[in-house]
Design a protein around this ligand. Structure first.
Ligand code: ADP
Length: 422
């Protein structure tokens, strides 16, 4: 295996797995440490999804170290630590402490930190992170409930989380191509800065960075940093050939459902488009679930009445003011956990009823569903929209799953996703 990846959340892992697959690596994703029974024959990259973005730094370090050790035991030549392209973290971590711990595991030396993802509007210039052209600290990330980002200067942000000095491989270094980046890496190492932020404004920058970092034992960044690695492996003779990404995926025969627990603007738009298109729909109401006026049994009774072959939609997605009212009544975490449990139980009920194709909207919601289904290992299939592939379970009951981060996908996502399944 060439590349072993540790992602700090589930939908981020899927996004990274898709990037690697699109660029030609045969990639498998697993939730938590891979089971010894998992057959990794012919696999170029393994992505381990953790849920370590917002947990205490010491726990994130120990989980990430365990993942790194298991990837190295499986023969991974290079490690990649993947975090959010908006560098979601606090002064306590978890990006700095995890990067430093992983660097120690690979024997020291140096690494880079590059969350740039130009296609998603995340660019870095002079060490400053921009989100759709707006400095990070002025973007919607300033109001994030868990990791509000009030500083756009990634050198300072990472510096506060790290014990060691943080360097910069700036635009003029990156614009000079792979050789310029390699020289800048040598400069940072010489001057005693083992962690360096790297500027990147375009996909070409990411590809040039990929070529320059092919021999670093550890790389850290967003999913964009993986973009240049497969071609760099080929150029360096580390892999014989790149595998064209799949355009379709054969899914087990069975019925199809959409489970939406995300309340993000994109998902609400996708729900509205599906309702408008006449998709059979059940709206879960968090307040009614809490009062017992709705239950998983009600939903599954409704499912039993939907005999047609078309996909069905079950959603709890609601507008921000409705969510705020529910959270005020039930508490934010309790409301979230209640809805997640309900949707996970519905997923189990659907599987018992012969549903084999599930599209899940929402990061936490996807985590709850995957856990309930016991789907630990996933093969990556075709891209539906940037950041969202179809996947196929490699253990347990065969199913096709699409796990969508709330804000991803075009308005017709719930309608068009099925066309890449055969
Ligand atoms: P996203 O990817 O958009 O952040 P998540 O699934 O990660 O979506 O998070 C959405 C959270 O909101 C989940 O915890 C979910 O259970 C919760 N939730 C879903 N519907 C409602 C609702 N109607 N009221 C309150 N919370 C809700």
């Amino acid at each position: 295996m060439l590349l072993g990846c540790i992602a700090d959340d589930l939908t981020g892992a899927t996004d990274l797995s898709l990037t690697l697959t699109q660029e030609g690596l045969r990639t498998v994703q697993c939730t938590g440490l891979p089971s010894p029974a998992l057959d990794l024959t012919g696999i170029d990259a393994l992505v381990i999804a953790l849920k370590s973005r917002s947990i205490p730094a010491a726990d994130a370090v120990s989980q990430s170290v365990a993942a790194a050790q298991s990837l190295r035991a499986l023969g991974a030549r290079q490690l990649l630590f993947k975090y959010c392209s908006t560098f979601d973290s606090t002064d306590e971590g978890n990006i700095g402490p995890v990067a430093e711990a992983l660097l120690a595991i690979v024997g020291g030396g140096q690494t880079i930190a590059c969350p740039a993802f130009p296609r998603a509007g995340r660019t870095i210039y002079a060490g400053q992170l921009f989100v759709n052209g707006v400095p990070l600290c002025e973007s919607p990330m300033k109001d994030h409930p868990l990791n509000p980002m009030h500083d756009s200067d990634l050198r300072r942000v990472l510096g506060r989380q790290s014990r060691q000095a943080v360097g910069l491989i700036g635009f003029s270094d990156v614009a000079a191509g792979p050789d310029g980046i390699a020289k800048a890496l040598a400069r940072e190492a010489r001057e005693g800065r083992p962690l360096s932020i790297v500027d990147a404004l375009t996909d070409q920058h990411l590809r040039d960075i990929g070529a320059a970092i092919v021999n670093l034992p550890l790389v850290t960044g967003g999913s964009g940093i993986a973009m240049g690695l497969p071609a760099a492996y080929l150029a360096a003779g580390l892999i014989e050939t790149l595998t064209p990404p799949p355009r379709t995926m054969t899914a087990p025969a069975g019925r199809a459902a959409i489970l939406a627990g995300s309340c993000s603007a994109a998902t609400r738009g996708q729900v509205a488009a599906a309702v408008e298109a006449g998709v059979p729909t059940f709206r879960l109401d968090a307040g009614q679930l809490a009062d017992g006026h709705q239950s998983v049994t009600h939903v599954l009774d409704w499912v039993d009445q939907q005999a047609g072959p078309q996909p069905i939609l079950i959603y709890s997605s609601a507008d921000p003011d409705v969510v705020r009212d529910t959270q005020a009544r039930l508490g934010r975490d309790a409301a979230g956990a209640m809805v997640e449990h309900a949707i996970a139980d519905i997923a189990l009920g659907l599987r018992q009823r012969g549903f084999t194709r599930l599209l899940v909207a929402g990061g936490e919601t996807s985590g709850a569903v995957v856990q309930a289904l016991g789907a630990q290992a996933l093969a990556i299939g075709p891209e539906i929209d940037p950041g969202v592939p179809w996947t196929r379970t490699l253990d347990g009951v065969p199913m096709a799953l699409a796990l969508k981060s709330g804000n991803f996908g075009t308005p017709d996502f719930f309608l068009k996703a099925w066309s890449s399944l055969t």
